[in-house]
Write a protein that binds this ligand. Structure first.
Ligand code: NAP
Length: 405
């Protein structure tokens, strides 16, 4: 566990290095190369032990290779980024479980309505799974039909973990998986926007995922800077010109006004809407999407009082008891039953905790009108006043993320 923690700490430190965009000077190259060599020595030691020991720093090694590839592309040939891998053995029940899964259509692909969310791997404060345990957790999810996964460029090594995992799947299983990631722009970009600039960003996601992106979700820092419309148009064109790189484009944390602006612009520029989704926060204590389109403790206090939250939990618990499911299932099912919702993303601490079997129960029951009435009365307020209040406090969906940067 201590070694897995160290592994996760190295991943996070290297992620911080990547995001700080350092000058790629010889000193940095020397340090990164030195760290890689030390990790390689440790791997050799583990392999030479009898019996061999599992190598505990596979995630750190992969992350160091990744930063070397990003900062010193001319040096990339010397860094062996892919290793010879055995195909993963997958339960023969996996294809039928995938077929039985409730799906949402995102462009031309159907994905399960429950995604594995990988934000949780972005920090060791959630616990650090080893590369082996993370791979086993992803395999377990895929074997049970949870084949869709949500990641982002800045979720630590999430794309690298998933890319390695997916590349070890037999083609018939791989074709059931759905890789959703994000390109998040948090500051101004060089203008004018060129096809090369956007294509390079798409290629970077594909490099880390070792293959195609099924859904690329785009986050933009400031609606005042209209360059985002050109980026979106380029992205949509790339789905047509390079379908081997990216299949569909989605938005991330866009508010209703700018979803509309994007759609209108894309229709005018490309002849179709071109975007298939908008990923936003939507839960029993953040139902702003019901108002227009439309963290946790703070979110509860923005929504209501602690006492009201306890009343909500009690109501959920009663409903859960009635259906013989868990309280979490009821909360997830409530979101799934909202007409505008395609899929729900459930955060997944790979290799640390496992809720696959329990979360799959959301597809085994439905909330009826009286369940919805009882929950809505508390979650939204008797005349939906809680949604209005939250909207007035926080603004439309995604506003909280733009205020951060
Ligand atoms: N677009 C954005 O800006 C944005 C923002 C936030 C999140 N996201 C995406 O959405 C995903 C989920 O959101 P989130 O990070 O807020 O996490 P979340 O889904 O609200 O919470 C994840 C945690 O819920 C617990 N859990 C899951 N299933 C459970 C069950 N059946 N019973 C009890 N507990 C259960 C697990 O806790 P334990 O591990 O402790 O058991 C898990 O770690 C993220 O991973 C990310 O992909 C996107």
């Amino acid at each position: 566990m201590l070694l897995a923690k160290f592994d996760g700490d190295v991943v996070q430190a290297i992620q911080a290095l990547k995001e700080s965009g350092p000058e790629p000077n010889p000193e940095l190259l020397g340090s990164a190369d030195g760290l890689l060599a030390d990790l390689g020595n440790c791997r050799s030691y583990c392999e030479e032990c009898r019996p061999p020991l599992p190598f505990p720093f596979a995630r750190a090694t992969r992350q160091v290779k990744d930063v070397l590839t990003i900062l010193f592309p001319e040096h990339a040939g010397a860094v062996n980024t892919t290793t010879q891998e055995n195909e993963l053995a997958v339960s023969n029940k996996a294809p039928e479980r995938f077929l039985a899964m409730e799906k949402v259509w995102l462009g031309s692909s159907g994905a399960p309505r429950l995604f594995n969310g990988l934000w949780q791997v972005s920090s060791p404060s959630w616990g650090s799974g080893s590369a082996q345990s993370q791979e086993a957790a992803l395999l377990h999810a895929v074997e049970h039909g949870l084949t869709a996964t949500d990641m982002a460029d800045h979720y630590g090594d999430a794309e690298l973990i998933y890319g390695d995992f997916r590349s070890k799947l037999a083609p018939e299983i791989r074709s059931t998986t759905y890789a959703a990631t994000k390109w998040c722009i948090f500051s101004p970009v060089p203008e004018p926007i060129t096809t090369t600039f956007v294509l390079n960003a798409v290629r970077e996601r594909c490099r880390r995922l070792r293959g195609r992106v099924d859904l690329l979700q785009f986050h933009w820092y400031d609606y005042e800077d209209k360059a985002y419309l050109n980026v979106l148009a380029e992205l949509v064109r790339i789905t047509k010109s390079h379908p081997e790189l990216v299949s569909a484009i989605g938005l991330c944390n866009f508010d209703s006004e700018h979803v509309e602006e994007s759609c209108k612009y894309l229709i005018a520029e490309t002849g179709s809407v071109g975007i298939v989704s908008n990923q936003i926060q939507f839960s029993l204590v953040d139902a702003r999407p019901l108002r227009k389109m439309t963290r946790y403790f703070d979110m509860i206090l923005s929504w209501g009082t602690w006492k009201e939250f306890q009343a909500l939990l009690e109501s959920l618990s009663t409903t859960a008891h009635k259906h013989g499911v868990s309280l979490t299932n009821v909360a997830t099912r409530w979101v799934l039953q909202q007409p505008a919702v395609g899929a729900v993303i459930v955060g997944t601490r790979l290799g640390i905790s496992d809720h696959v079997a329990e979360n799959l129960k959301v597809f085994e029951f439905e909330l009826d009108d009286s369940d919805m009435y009882n929950i809505n009365r508390i979650a939204l307020g008797s005349s939906r006043q809680k949604v209005t209040t939250l909207f007035d406090k926080l603004g439309d969906c995604g506003n909280e993320y733009r205020k951060m940067h």
